[in-house]
Design a binder for this molecule. Structure first.
Ligand SMILES: [Zn+2]
Ligand SMILES: [Zn+2]
Ligand SMILES: [Zn+2]
Ligand SMILES: [Zn+2]
Ligand SMILES: [Zn+2]
Length: 302
């Protein structure tokens, strides 16, 4: 259930108006006494509570240890300064740490970050935020596991078809069409001459089928592929997960290469270049297809 729905449900005294009224009064009194009201479910909590005792949502703000920005207490990444902020959880595998390890005892990753061997970007997470390369053994296994998923296979196939269309050359102008016709005539002449050399007077010359589509045909086919792509990306949306690290890794593993995608999170419904730029990937989200000129919508560090 979305927080919005929860609020609507609890703030509407439909069934038992009188009892509700009493509860409201109690809550108001508690609030006056310094309690903290949960914006998600309306329950009143202890003044120093970080999370709602009723629904578990964060009701207090914490501060980023790097830049001081206000963040949710269960966020593990600061969207303002782009730092991973948990010292007690390995950002690569989610294992518990004491906070002093240079390397994670579970996955062996250096806690200072890993340089991507493909594009040399420094990374705090198990997949390169720039090029998507899997940087840990667990990440590579995750990718392998996904390759067996029929939805993911279908996704890869559509992406392959789409990339082919992206690289296809449409007729650019009238001139291209004329040029192609001239080439066809030239070919016919050469083949006729060659045939005459071999003593064939009336050679049968098969015309060359043009494989090029018109610009309109190409755009049409591309938009069909985009629709298929969006449908399967919706189907493969990442559900909420208990561990932000696992959710982030799973989302990164399920990203196909060869098409421009952005990550839309369920936290703020913000568009990130990847879940590596989201403070709360544990709430889930999905990949969406990016249009040609829509990079401005993404405000992540890349
Ligand atoms: Zn609550
Ligand atoms: Zn920060
Ligand atoms: Zn680890
Ligand atoms: Zn990389
Ligand atoms: Zn986000």
């Amino acid at each position: 259930m979305r927080p919005q729905q929860m609020m609507e449900r609890t703030s509407r005294p439909a069934d038992e108006p009188q009892r509700q009224q009493v509860v409201y009064q109690q809550q108001r009194q508690q609030q006056q006494a310094g309690g903290k009201m949960c914006p998600y479910c309306g329950a009143v909590n202890e003044p120093e509570a970080m999370f709602c005792a009723q629904c578990g949502q964060p009701i207090s703000k914490a501060n980023c240890p790097h830049c001081g920005a206000e963040i949710d207490p269960d966020a593990d990444f600061c969207e303002v300064c782009h730092h991973y902020i948990r010292k007690d959880v390995c950002s690569f595998c989610g294992a518990q740490l004491s906070g002093n390890e240079a390397y994670c005892p579970e996955c062996g990753s250096p806690q200072g970050g890993v340089v991507c061997p493909t594009c040399h970007t420094m990374n705090d997470f198990a997949f390169c935020k720039k090029c998507g390369t899997a940087l840990t053994e667990e990440a590579r296994q995750m990718v392998k596991q996904l390759q067996k998923n029929p939805d993911f296979q279908e996704l890869l196939e559509i992406v392959r078809d789409y990339s082919k269309l992206e690289n296809a050359l449409p007729y650019n102008s009238e001139r291209d069409i004329v040029k192609e016709q001239m080439n066809a005539k030239l070919r016919e002449r050469v083949l006729t001459l060659l045939a005459k050399d071999e003593g064939i007077e009336q050679p049968v010359i098969e015309p060359v089928e043009s494989k090029r589509m018109t610009r309109e045909e190409l755009e049409e086919q591309k938009s069909v592929k985009i629709k298929m792509l969006s449908a399967i990306l919706d189907k493969m949306a990442v559900p909420p997960m208990p561990s932000p690290v696992k959710a982030r890794n799973f989302a990164m593993a399920s990203k196909p290469v060869g098409v421009r995608l952005a990550w839309v999170c369920n936290f703020k419904h913000a568009m990130h270049s990847s879940p590596c730029g989201c403070a709360k990937p544990q709430m889930g989200g999905k990949w969406v297809v990016l249009g040609k000129n829509s990079t401005e919508e993404i405000k992540d560090d890349k």
